[in-house]
Design a binder for this molecule. Sequence first.
Ligand SMILES: Cc1ncc(C[n+]2csc(CCOP(=O)(O)OP(=O)(O)O)c2C)c(N)n1
Ligand code: SF4
Length: 268
Amino acid sequence: MEDKNYIRERFFPHIWCPGCGHGIVLNNLLRAIEQLKLKKNEIVMTSGIGCSSRISGYVDFHTLHTIHGRALAFATGVKLSRPELKLIVPMGDGDALAIGGNHFIHAARRNIDITAIIMNNRIYGMTGGQFSPLSGYGTRATTAPYTNIDHDFDVVELAKAAGASFVARTTTYHVKEMADILKQAILHKGFSAVEVMSQCPTYFGRKNRLGDAVDMMEHYKNSTVRVGSKKIEKNPDLIERGVFVEKESPEYCSEYDKIIQKAMGTSA
Ligand SMILES: Cc1ncc(C[n+]2csc(CCOP(=O)(O)OP(=O)(O)O)c2C)c(N)n1
Ligand code: SF4
């Protein structure tokens, strides 16, 4: 019973703006963990800096709130020393893919057993709305008042190309799907990357005149389809959601252990 008490109530109220998508991610992450019946002692969460990264303060797991862009480096260290623990890493799109881009690529390439959740609000929320690598050409941000000329990229395609063995996308509108995908990602042995499209009404929404949080979530509903949907043939601008990759591939800690056995002369 005590194990189900996953929240650190003493740190509430949370810092998020009304309508922010990040609370919906926290809610569904806890739902997934509860449904998997995980004990809080089995989970380590590392995070960097950002509105999204604040999740690690609100959960009563083993947590490390570290430095911007370095959450996966800390997670790698923890996982290598205690491979039996579940590592969960919530990150913003800036944290994961700008300053932390190299860590993301190489954690995926190594296929280390970590669950990375990329909360993609297409902006730097915490620091006042600067554009991120996922803002996209033609969008507006505090640092792009005359529109952004940087092109974005697709996190799912990046994670696939880098070698992640579980890759998925969902949104804050699709809450049941999000909890199901997070459960699959946590159970998966290897690097799992889950992109969650998560609204920032305060900066991305306001700068781009997208309406309030409800409008932004309605947009997630209308602009996305389940992977494999025929609707995409008629409308290629639709964004696919669901699980794109789920494959078995040698996991880094297990391989590392084999090397230790070899070096010690204890393996065949
Ligand atoms: C080394 C370093 N560089 C820059 C910053 C400032 N900084 C803090 S959070 C952040 C970006 C936050 O955006 P994102 O990761 O997308 O998360 P969000 O707040 O949007 O959830 C930046 C640039 C920092 N804390 N440390
Ligand atoms: S600034 Fe944006 S990302 Fe940060 S809490 Fe507010 S709505 Fe959420």
